[in-house]
Design a protein around this ligand. Structure first.
Ligand code: PMP
Length: 415
């Protein structure tokens, strides 16, 4: 973690940005809200809230089904959102962008569909020790269905994946690698591009869980060369209940559909049903079209700020907060990778995380305590949970100061 002397000058107008997020203007227990639970979900800018209102107030209609004005208009907006997502992650083609219910929905789609086609008894799937449960359990379920095996890449004491151990896991039974780009409990940024290259050298496709990555820096799926990439709308300032599955066209084309229903079909006969083309083959039933459009608006909003400014601000905020946390006696940070984002998991000796979280809540500071859906990470450190402060680009240095003040108060009250 680079040492920096004090609050640096940043090229982001943080006050202006914060005014775009109505919830950041609210009070909790009579104190201005400090929102540090962005790893769980992010707040929504005014443009996204207004967009959702506009859709329900004056445009609502089901997509892809009607010839009437409202339906055509909504279909146009939905497909425009798909193009916005394509552009956001630099996919080659909108056929490669499937809307799902979230990162979890996207991973389950691949686990079922890829698993049905390519995984058989004795095959192996590689995940890492720092995965969110969403990127473990669907693969375990697949392994149970197919009598396949789950192999796990371990991480070291800093929370970095051990690359030599990763390489040793490959053999002629390896069918897929599924790893996170950024850990939601350690903040580690994994060297996924290199890991993908290694897997491809062994003819193994790779799924990247980008749920904690897309809100912090720009992602280029063509540059990464991943086969699948997933993320959730609600963690990238968009609505909840919407997510994205990117898959290379050649991969998605070869896979069977995950769910059957309306819209994913071409011709339905009792003798035989044929399926719709990509990406609709993977979008069964009435989709969350308002969510998809709201997500498109969120991504356009991020584009208007730009990742150069976002990344620069977050890097400074990360270094500043890290250094301030280290000043608190008895505070241990879990996750000290060289490349990390502003997610801080920590414990303070002698303090229970839950008590600490409750005291901070009374001070208007929202953070998370527990396992963060990464029980294997907690098992690694032989702890039952941590306190987690996770930041977004709208967090300020003042938020970091309020966190430190709150923690110092908790120490004085509980020790
Ligand atoms: N992967 C990671 C790394 C996550 O942080 C999360 C959510 N905490 C998920 C997957 C699952 O996302 P969702 O609940 O939005 O489907």
């Amino acid at each position: 973690m680079p040492m920096i002397p004090d609050k640096p000058t940043v090229s982001i107008d943080i006050d202006l940005i914060r005014r775009n997020f109505p919830v950041l203007q609210t009070q909790v227990h009579g104190k201005p809200l400090v929102y540090l639970d962005n790893g769980a979900t992010t707040q929504k800018p005014r443009v996204v809230i207004d967009k959702l209102n506009e859709l329900y107030e004056s445009k609502n209609s089901s997509i892809h089904r009607g010839v009437h004005f409202l339906s055509e208009q909504m279909t146009g907006e939905y497909e425009h959102a798909r193009e916005t997502v394509r552009n956001f992650i630099n996919a080659r083609n909108t056929n490669e962008i499937v809307f799902t219910s979230g990162a979890t929905g996207s991973i389950n789609t691949v686990a079922f569909s890829f698993g049905e086609k390519y995984v058989k008894e004795g095959d192996e799937i590689i995940v890492s020790e720092m995965e969110h449960h969403s990127n473990i359990v669907p693969w375990q379920m697949l392994c149970a269905r197919k009598k396949a095996k789950l192999k796990v890449i371990p991480f070291d004491e800093n929370g970095e994946l051990i690359q030599n151990e990763y390489k040793l896991l490959f053999n002629d039974k390896t069918r897929l690698v599924a790893i996170t780009q950024v850990s939601n409990s350690l903040g580690t940024v994994n060297p996924v591009k290199e890991m993908i290259r290694f897997a491809h050298d062994h003819h193994v496709p790779v799924l990247i869980d980008g749920a904690q990555a897309v809100q912090h820096s720009s992602v280029d799926v063509q540059d990464l060369d991943c086969d699948f990439y997933v993320f959730s709308g609600h963690k990238v300032f968009g609505p909840t209940g919407i997510g994205v599955l990117y898959g290379k066209e050649i991969m998605l084309d070869a896979l069977p559909p995950y769910q059957g229903g309306g819209d994913m079909v071409d011709c339905v006969k009792f003798e035989k049903t044929t399926y719709n083309e990509l990406p609709f083959k993977f979008e069964a039933g009435t989709m969350n079209y308002t969510g998809a459009i709201g997500l498109g608006t969120a991504l356009e909003y991020i584009g208007s700020i730009g990742f150069d400014a976002i990344t620069q601000h977050e890097k400074s905020l990360c270094a500043y907060t890290h250094n301030k946390l280290k000043e608190i006696e008895g505070l241990d940070i879990y996750g000290n990778a060289k490349e990390k984002i502003s997610i801080f998991s920590f414990l303070i000796q002698g303090l229970h995380p839950l008590d600490t979280g409750m005291i901070l809540d009374k001070m208007g500071i929202a953070l998370r305590t527990g396992t963060h859906c990464t029980q294997p990470v907690m098992d690694h450190f032989q702890i039952t949970g941590t306190i987690r402060a996770s930041m977004a680009f709208y967090n300020s240095f003042g938020d970091a100061d309020r966190l430190i003040e709150g923690l110092k108060k908790a120490v004085s009250m509980l020790k």
